[in-house]
Design a protein around this ligand. Structure first.
Ligand SMILES: Nc1nc2c(ncn2[C@@H]2O[C@H](COP(=O)(O)OP(=O)(O)OP(=O)(O)O)[C@@H](O)[C@H]2O)c(=O)[nH]1
Ligand SMILES: [Mg+2]
Length: 297
């Protein structure tokens, strides 16, 4: 391995994978210490992101241990949110750091469709560049009788297809008994560093443009409806006012005609019906009704 320049930015290795796959144990092997709580348990051992750092050829290597994917007691969204929080924390503390994702799976269980699906869900956390900055780490190498590549050669097409998208080549690791830390981390950094990316390149995808546009259109439509409703109410008020005025005018006109020409009073148009086809009140009411019909549509 080529020795790292002292100016190399920290390399952040994010350990992700199903519950009990050996994420924390892998971290402990790389650190040569028991920094992360690990153990066989019926429920998830790691429930929040934990951090520890070590060095490899002078370069700082930060390990992020994460809660297990597909933990039946926690929603996928909550696990993703916790991973996002942990990565964001490190990204804020180490602005120039490079990030690689270690997809940890156990040879003790099979690397099958559900495991790959759980890995694939991490696209929601790391965005479209996720696969290119990831590599598979197979724990329980003590159970292996062949190399990791040979072991994976027998996997089905869905698994093979997913693995072919990963930027780094797979790597096996033995946590029990723990491999020599310096050797393990050197092997890992050699594969992870070339596929690592900046935090911004691994940011979650922005909300989909189409969905955002649809949301904006819904908002505009809602505003337009409210404006039309306001107008409709104003028109009803206006109609009522006209009605009142018209009734007043009709009464005055009727009494005037009654005084001046009592014989014509019964024939006066304003005494019974408005002038023309519709009264202003009716006109406004009709307008408001049409408007309300268009609102309902
Ligand atoms: N034999 C063997 N056991 C291992 C290996 N790696 C992990 N284990 C065991 O697997 C069990 C689970 O390991 P953890 O490291 O706690 O797994 P985890 O993925 O962190 O689990 P959660 O935090 O619950 O998601 C522990 O009992 C480990 O000792 C390995 O390489 N070989
Ligand atoms: Mg753990």
């Amino acid at each position: 391995m080529t020795p790292a320049r002292t100016a190399d930015p920290p390399l952040v290795l994010v350990l992700c994978g199903p519950c009990g796959a050996g994420k924390s144990s892998t971290g402990n092997t790389l650190l040569a210490s028991q920094s992360f709580a690990a153990g066989r348990a019926a429920r998830a051992v790691t429930t929040a992101c934990e951090f520890a750092s070590t060095h490899c050829s002078g370069r700082e290597v930060i390990l992020v241990d994460t809660p297990g994917l597909s933990d039946p007691e926690t929603s996928v969204e909550a696990i993703h949110a916790e991973i996002t929080r942990g990565v964001a924390l490190i990204a804020a503390e180490h602005p120039g750091a490079r990030f690689a994702i270690l997809l940890v799976a156990s040879i003790a269980a099979r690397v099958d469709g559900p495991v790959v699906e759980a890995f694939d869900s991490l696209r929601q956390v790391f965005g479209p560049r996720f696969a290119r900055s990831s590599l598979l780490v197979l724990t329980h190498a003590d159970l292996l009788t062949t190399s990791a590549s040979e072991y994976l050669a027998g996997s089905g097409p869905a698994v093979a297809d997913f693995l072919s998208q990963l930027g780094g080549a797979p790597l096996e690791i033995c946590n029990r008994p723990a491999e020599e830390a310096s050797r393990a981390i050197a092997r890992l950094v050699e594969r992870a560093a070339p596929v690592s990316a900046s935090a911004s390149a691994l940011a979650p995808p922005p909300p989909r443009r189409k969905a955002a546009r649809r949301e904006r259109q819904r908002e505009l439509l809602q505003r337009e409806k409210m404006r039309l409703q306001r107008e409709h109410t104003l028109r009803l008020v206006e109609a009522a006012r006209w009605e009142e005025r018209w009734a007043g005018f009709g009464a005055i006109a009727h009494s005037l005609v009654s005084c001046l020409a009592p014989s014509l009073a019964h024939a006066a148009p304003w005494s019974a019906a408005p002038v023309g086809e519709v009264s202003p009140g009716e006109y406004w009411r009709e307008k408001a009704r049409r408007q309300s019909d268009s609102l309902r549509r």
